[in-house]
Design a protein around this ligand. Sequence first.
Ligand SMILES: [Fe+2]
Ligand SMILES: [Fe+2]
Length: 181
Amino acid sequence: MDRDQAMAIVDEMLTDPNLKKHCLAVEAIMRALARHFEADEDEWGLVGLLHDADYEVTEKDPDRHMHVIVERVRAEGVSERIVQGILAHGGLAPLDNKLNASIFACDHLSGLITAYALLHPKGLAGVKTKGVLKRFRQTAFARGVDRDDILTCEPNLGLPLAEFVTIGVEAMKGIREDLGL
Ligand SMILES: [Fe+2]
Ligand SMILES: [Fe+2]
């Protein structure tokens, strides 16, 4: 599966523009992490782009979240690594490799950066690592963002939180126009 085919699935399954932007943000961070770990950037990007593609169709039946998209992409012949990566973001596959651990940790990081960019007077362009770290510590800010999930970057990826945040911020800045931030 190439990126265009994955994007077509996302366009077909998701109508909420914010959900699509979330998938794009996670894709960008996953690609950056793949570069950092000298892994397969296209493969990791597909995991990020596809991970929440079935979010809307499973909204009323959250137990099916991930299963619908996994069934779809399996039928299209994607690698088992991509399948396991998608499952890992929701805790349905072990975080025992860098790909799985990356998608798990960066899913919520994208949310924290987005929430901060939305209230920053300069938007994403004005977002710096220091500011994100400050918001990270303010547990009342963006309550839905699971700080513990983000912090798994340290034991599982060997990336100090600040470095992980920097990778996320720079990756999202790279697609700032697509994100409308
Ligand atoms: Fe999800
Ligand atoms: Fe997600």
